[in-house]
Design a protein around this ligand. Structure first.
Ligand SMILES: [Zn+2]
Length: 474
């Protein structure tokens, strides 16, 4: 281990309790996307206290910020997310019990996501200072990953231009550097307006907006037969009228459309727009599309992924105490065997069957999944089109824990989560330092990036005049 890496690791070990406290405080705040006011302030204040220059409220989002230390090239960034999920409140217990019924909870472990990056950035700064390392370290405070894709706005405003590499960590049930891509996504609402009338007395006066929603859904469901295998379309009907004896004058559906590449996505999305028009025409209603969110597919980076795995192995896996293992065993009782099998199989990790009778991931596998795609989406993808980017996982939850579950909320606030936080912060700090110090690593990552996006072009998936939906929760 090099001197600068040792400095960073020692700093993290010394500051362990403070770091865990920050993560637990974010866990308690559990704020929703774009209103993470207390969470973003806590992180930004911490960085400012440690000598970073902080720009707050960037890219039109009061809870987005970027913290910078150092100057000149290379510039390496770490990202942190801190938004929670609605309705998933849970106590730090191995049985389902909300902390406050109906409230938000950190079901994706973003309390750890936000803190691991912050700790890594501070440790890197400490090592840079002590060993006179040239370059710049940046922490990107990224709001609203779960629903409004804050990073896409930050990318559109140029905050990731001129950055040489970006790393972030995401909680998971495995220690994993997955090379799979993710699906591009569009999210949109379809509004229809018709005429209200007495459904029994004067149906001929009525034009049903609900009919339009239903016919649109029917059309889209027929479209499914003619789309590529890996595409996904899901919808909900948000508004479908008030009572049966009134012809619904207004109805609304909300769609997510996903596909492996942006071009494939746009083909399907445009077809859906035609279907919506057709539904309005058929029902003699007025239709309007409200575009909400667009995301690209993820560009992986094998060079940085290899570096992450190398550092994970040098640091070594966390050790769990009796209390951690007891909690883990209790949680395991609440996760059905078939859920665990499905989770592990879906990971496509080579030899996943081996993990079936293990409680916590005790391996650090080689990066895997090149050329494959997961069927979710993330706004990390839009960053990955600008700069070589890697987001890795560490075992924050026991094997088989589904993300966005009460089990994930509980574990993100206790021992296993804390250990994952420290392990991931150390992994990130050492990887960033290597990218700053060893030119060849960075050059290799950038060469790979160029090859991966050769002949392709990134164009912001959100319209020029679209602003972040700051009042979405009101
Ligand atoms: Zn997440």
């Amino acid at each position: 281990m090099s001197d600068e890496k040792n400095t960073a690791l020692e700093w993290i070990s010394l500051n362990k309790d403070r770091c865990i406290k920050i993560s637990d405080t974010l866990w308690e705040f559990a704020e929703l996307g774009l209103v993470e006011f207390k969470s973003s302030t806590l992180l930004a204040d911490e960085l400012e206290k440690h000598g970073f220059k902080v720009d707050r409220g960037i890219a039109g989002m009061p809870t987005a910020f970027v913290a910078t230390w150092g100057e000149g090239k290379p510039v390496v960034g770490v990202m942190g997310e801190y938004d929670a999920l609605p309705g998933i409140s849970q106590k730090k217990l191995p049985s389902k019990e909300p902390l406050e019924a109906g409230k938000a909870g950190h079901g994706c472990g973003h309390n750890i996501h936000g803190t691991s990056g912050l700790v890594a950035a501070e440790a890197v700064k400490t090592a840079m200072e002590m060993h006179k390392i040239e370059g710049t370290i940046k922490f990107f405070g990224c709001p609203a990953e779960e629903n409004f894709s804050g990073k896409v706005f930050m990318v559109r405003e140029g905050f990731f231009d001129d950055i040489d590499a970006v790393i972030s960590h995401h909680p998971g049930d495995m220690n994993a550097v997955d090379l799979r891509s993710s699906l591009a996504l569009n999210s949109a609402k379809f509004h229809f307006w018709g005429n209200a009338s007495h459904a029994g007395g004067s149906p001929e006066q009525g034009r049903s907006a609900l009919d339009a929603v239903e016919l649109m859904n029917t059309g889209v469901n027929f479209l499914r037969e003619h789309m590529i295998q890996d595409a996904r379309i899901h919808y909900v009907i948000e508004k479908g009228g008030d009572q049966p004896n009134v012809v619904p004058a207004y109805a609304r559906s909300w769609y997510y459309v996903r596909a492996p590449e942006r071009e494939q996505l746009e083909f399907i999305y445009n077809w859906i727009l035609d279907i919506a028009k057709g539904a309005a025409m058929m029902t003699r209603t007025e239709g309007k599309t409200e575009f909400l969110e667009g995301i690209y597919d993820l560009i992986p980076n094998r060079s940085i992924s290899n570096l992450v795995v190398k550092n994970m192995r040098e640091i070594g896996l966390p050790e769990y105490d009796a209390e951690d293992l007891q909690f883990a065993r209790e949680i395991a009782k609440t996760i059905p065997k078939d859920t665990k099998v499905s989770q592990l199989r879906k990971s496509k990790r080579p030899g996943w069957e081996r993990l079936l009778d293990r409680l916590i991931d005790d391996e650090i596998p080689e990066p895997w999944g090149e050329g494959e795609t997961i069927h979710g989406s993330t706004d990390v993808a839009d960053v990955s089109w600008q700069v070589p980017t890697v987001e890795f996982n560490t075992a924050t939850w026991i094997l088989g824990t589904p993300a966005h579950s009460w089990q994930a909320v509980a574990q993100s606030g206790v021992g296993i989560g804390h250990k994952s936080l420290i392990f991931s912060a150390k992994t990130m700090a050492t990887t960033v330092l290597e990218l700053l110090v060893k030119k060849a690593y960075l050059e290799k990552a950038q060469k790979e990036q160029k090859e991966r996006i050769k002949g392709k072009k990134y164009q912001s998936p959100i319209p020029k005049d679209q602003k972040p939906p700051l009042t979405a929760w009101e």
